[in-house]
Design a binder for this molecule. Structure first.
Ligand code: AGP
Length: 606
């Protein structure tokens, strides 16, 4: 998952490329590079690390050219260093690439036999040499066609040619790519977000298509090289300014913004009398749906796991959940009466997109729960439920998680009511309770100081466990993921009742174990499981909700109490201390909170 930008203009382009690359860093931040064309020379500058590091390179000030391409990388093949950074260039072409070329080893063998010399360890470099080889005998268009046909795997490409001062070629298979239109200049970008500062007029390439970007026009071709016409979409030209403000990190800000996320979602989907849920233009009759399959990756998968509990309780649907990278390759029977729901903050996650594509190709009922409404997953789903949480910059997802589970809860309630699986009285009461949620989250956010102190304990630990049952189990999984990705501590999320079947062997004196035991149906059972780990030396942080009843357990190390709500809503509140625990523990360790190592915000490779 890398970021691509291309600009063909009459003005010098290097600083505009650098600015766009900064916006694309959410796609990868281990190295960055730029190539421009001036006086028949390809000028290439690359650097390990962030776009800021590239900008500090003294040569960047001198790079000339009114046509150029740029790239931010998330390494797939080869170390994240400046040699493997894109663009990759031969004497005649320069290429930026997002995706994976699966037959690169074979192609490289062939190209080496033809005398091509490779400099990097990347799969991308084969594309450079293949085009160079094909250009020896073919026209530009034929060499592009031939090259693309030879590539297996996924790609979005930006290509610059030494002898073509007015041409950037864009091509797409699997990985998204957009074209933008400006005054006497045109652009190529991994997505419209990268282009928004320059234009709101966008065309998205479909799989297999490629395009010729000239200064004054753009031509589109299908995979056979036949010219095609494409629609120009006009996006809202409000460019959202999203700044850190007084916060040290975007993540800290995003955690605090969660009451607003919930208010936005509630205002969007609850009718003004607060007695019904509005889901407009749902394209299917509810009687046509007897099961639901929820699909996502990472935190979005945890949202699906959470939703499973609500859908099972509130509706009569058969509920399945799936990790997108597993779903897409399993041999399974897709069913007409199933609603396939794709959950994604970015809407660009390659595995989730591929799972959606599979369902669409089989003419299934597809619905997206996404944050970025201009994203590929939103555009290609038959129905979209936006989560409206605004830009999320922190790689560790926080407000998008609460936004996703809110919308999924609302969907479960609505389907339950439409199918008559829950009584109207219960439905209305749950809507009333839901209205209180933003305030309850707001109050829970104030438990801050205590979590900061507790987080100190996580400074030197080797590992940790997060346990919960029922509604709290998905939240335990999410808490463990947050701690892993931010503070690089091994953290295992587990159903508390499953511990005795193996993981109990991991418990030793002083191991921190976070136990989620709100006063719900599972409370007593979870407390028993907690006692089992305490008996084996675990240092237990108990997270529960406020109650008059005393906790019947001794030797708890620390206790945090969130606000009280109806059982369905407790997962929202339990999430808050876990997000903060991960945040403060990474802060103590001095790690890069908004850009944890090895990760990217948008995972556009499989
Ligand atoms: C969450 O903290 C992660 N960084 C990651 O698991 C993320 O949720 C996952 O990659 C899915 O992303 P998406 O929601 O944009 O599809």
């Amino acid at each position: 998952m890398c970021g691509i930008i291309g600009i063909n203009s009459n003005r010098p382009v290097s600083s505009a490329i650098i600015n766009s690359l900064k916006k694309l860093e959410y796609r990868g931040y281990d190295s960055a590079g730029i190539a421009t064309l001036s006086d028949g020379t390809i000028n290439e500058i690359k650097s390990e690390g962030r776009v800021d590091d590239l900008e500090k390179n003294s040569l960047i000030q001198t790079i000339q050219g009114s046509i150029g391409i740029g790239h931010v990388r998330w390494a797939t093949h080869g170390l994240p260093n400046s040699v493997n950074a894109h663009p990759h260039s031969s004497q005649s072409v320069s290429v930026v690439h997002n995706g994976i070329i699966e037959n690169s080893t074979l192609l490289k063998k062939f190209l080496v036999s033809k005398g091509h010399i490779f400099k990097s360890q990347t799969d991308t470099e084969v594309i450079v040499h293949l085009i160079t080889e094909n250009l020896k005998t073919l026209s530009i268009i034929d060499s592009i066609k031939k090259t693309l046909k030879a590539l297996h795997g996924s790609f979005a490409l930006g290509i610059l040619f030494k002898d073509q001062p007015d041409l950037i070629v864009g091509a797409r298979r699997g990985s998204p790519l957009a074209v933008g239109y400006g005054p006497n200049e045109n652009y190529l970008g991994s997505d419209s977000y990268a282009l928004k500062a320059m234009t709101n007029k966008i065309t998205y390439l479909n799989d297999g298509e490629f395009c010729f970007i000239k200064k004054s026009n753009v031509e589109f071709f299908n995979e056979d090289g036949k010219k095609i016409n494409k629609k120009v979409l006009e996006l809202s030209n409000e460019e959202e300014k999203y700044e850190k403000g007084d916060y040290k990190h975007f993540m800290a800000k995003e955690i605090e913004e969660q009451p607003t996320t919930l208010k936005n979602g509630i205002n969007e989907y609850l009718d003004t009398s607060n007695t019904d849920i509005n889901i407009y233009n749902f394209p299917w009759k509810i009687s046509e749906i007897s099961s639901i399959t929820l699909i996502g990756c990472g935190t979005a998968y945890h949202s699906c796991l959470m939703a499973k509990y609500w859908f099972e309780e509130l509706t009569s649907l058969d509920v399945n959940i799936d990790i997108a990278s597993e779903f897409r390759y399993r041999k399974k029977k897709l069913k007409n009466e199933t609603l396939y729901v794709f959950v994604s903050q970015s809407g660009e996650t390659a595995d989730t997109y591929a799972a959606l594509d599979l369902c669409n190709k089989n003419n299934m009922k597809t619905c997206a729960v996404v944050n970025v409404i201009e994203s590929s997953i939103a555009r290609e789903s038959k129905f979209v439920l936006p989560i409206h949480c605004g830009t999320e910059i922190g790689v560790a997802s926080t407000k998008a998680f609460l936004g996703q589970i809110l919308i999924l809860y609302i969907l479960a309630l609505k389907i339950g009511a439409l199918k008559g699986d829950i009584e109207q009285k219960t439905f209305k009461q749950k809507i009333k309770d839901l209205k209180q949620l933003p305030n309850l989250v707001e109050q829970t956010l104030s438990i801050d100081h205590k979590i900061q102190t507790i987080a100190n304990t996580f400074n030197d630990v080797k590992g940790s466990m997060f346990l919960g049952r029922g509604f709290s189990y998905p939240i335990a999984m999410e808490g463990a993921l947050k701690l892993k990705e931010l503070s690089y501590i091994h953290a295992e999320g587990y159903p508390a009742g499953e511990m005795k079947h193996g993981p109990l062997a991991l418990i030793e004196e002083g191991l921190p174990v976070v136990v989620l035991a709100p006063r719900d149906n599972y409370y007593k059972k979870t407390i028993s499981n907690m006692q089992e780990v305490i008996a084996r030396g675990a240092k237990v942080l108990l997270i529960t909700n406020k109650s008059k009843d005393e906790i019947v357990s001794e030797n708890i190390w620390e206790k945090i109490e969130v606000e009280t709500a109806n059982e369905d809503l407790l997962p929202f509140l339990l999430t808050i201390p876990l997000q903060k625990l991960a945040y403060y523990s990474a802060l103590n360790k001095g790690f890069d909170i908004d850009k944890p190592r090895n990760l990217a915000k948008s995972v556009t490779v499989e």
